[in-house]
Design a protein around this ligand. Structure first.
Ligand code: MG
Length: 351
């Protein structure tokens, strides 16, 4: 594991700037959220692990264990090493409890189901984009990323997904109009639409399974690839929430390439080394750094990787942060409203 090689200032890297020890209102909010979200997680774990003899005992043991941890954090929020507490720390503890009780991939069935639905809708989606061109096409592709990113079981607005996953084709009509809360679309479009293609290689930190990756992100990446940009998909090493793992991303990509030969030869999948919905860019896999060699664009997709962590992370290449806000506290922290869209594009300082 190593620092991500495209970090501009690794010495001063800030993973998150929101310390819950200093913010009691947010602390109470997040602890309550994690209780509810964990119950939903365990409900899904029942679907995945239900055939195993001691499944319900493990689920109840995990529930008790995690609630005890949350209670401890409520009373002693500064008890972790370093004395700070971020959402990423609570996520890490949650994954530790799940893995410790043999429930490491509770959303496996949901991810598989949503991947199937999205794969079946992929050709229809990309054909719809083919009818568009120029700025209109790129803006539609960006809107698609936001529509797809609504599938997120880690957020309050997406927590019901196991019972009722958002419909991508309905969601796309409800994406907020521009200007978005952070809106670098014009600069991005200017660079992306250069006649000979703007970038040689993009490293893309992908987020959720299903419509997020397959219907939201992939059509945009296909468009980049059509302009000559080769794409490195950096996916989680281990499962966390409904995020795609490296293995799942590779399986999806294989199916997509079979349907859509235009993707052939332009994509590779690597493990980011990450096992959480947020990502610490100072602790990524060596494989990612090898694959990132020569990249001139970084895309960080999703609220966890790109807003709750790394929103201010500077890269020494062009960078796009794209996500839709699905949590009232994150929204408040960002100065926006629920379902606001983030399309933050930062050109590398070429001076
Ligand atoms: Mg996610």
């Amino acid at each position: 594991m190593a620092r991500f090689c495209l970090l501009k200032d690794p010495e001063n890297y800030v993973l998150y700037d929101w310390d819950l020890v200093q913010d009691t209102e947010s602390l109470a909010y997040w602890l309550a959220h994690f209780v509810d979200q964990f119950d939903q997680t365990l409900k899904c774990a029942g679907e995945k692990y239900g055939d195993e003899a001691d499944c319900s005992e493990r689920i109840e043991a995990a529930r008790t264990h995690f609630r005890r941890i949350l209670k401890h954090l409520e009373l002693h929020p500064d008890s972790l090493p370093g004395g700070r507490l971020g959402v990423i720390d609570i996520c890490r503890l949650r994954e530790m409890v799940l893995r410790g009780h043999g429930l490491g991939d509770p959303f496996a069935c949901l991810k598989a189901r949503e991947n199937r639905i999205a794969l079946d809708g992929y050709m229809k989606t990309v054909s719809a984009y083919e009818k568009l061109s120029g700025r209109e096409k790129w803006e539609a592709l960006a809107r698609g990323v936001f529509a797809g990113n609504l599938f997120d079981v880690g957020s309050p607005a997406g927590m019901d997904a196991p019972d009722m996953a958002p419909d991508f084709f309905q969601s796309i009509d409800n994406v907020k109009p521009r200007p978005w809360l952070f809106d670098g679309f014009d600069e991005f479009y200017q660079d992306a639409s250069k006649p000979r293609g703007a970038w040689r290689k993009a490293v893309v930190f992908i987020d959720n399974a299903g419509s997020d990756f397959i219907l939201g992100l992939m059509p945009l990446l296909k468009q980049l690839a059509a302009g000559g940009t080769s794409i490195v998909l950096a996916a989680n090493e281990l499962p966390s929430l409904n995020d795609l793992t490296e293995i799942e991303a590779r399986a999806c990509l294989d199916e997509l390439m079979e349907m859509d030969p235009a993707l052939d030869g332009m994509f590779e999948v690597v493990s980011s080394g990450n096992d959480l919905p947020l990502i610490d860019m100072t602790n990524v896999s060596d494989a990612l750094n090898t694959a990132a060699d020569g990249a001139d664009l970084v895309i960080v997709e999703g609220m966890g990787r790109g807003v709750e962590s790394n929103f201010h992370t500077a890269f020494n290449v062009d960078a796009l942060h794209a996500a839709v806000l699905k949590d009232t506290q994150v929204t408040k922290h960002m100065g926006g409203e629920l379902f606001d869209c983030i399309f933050k594009y930062t050109r590398a300082d070429r001076g």
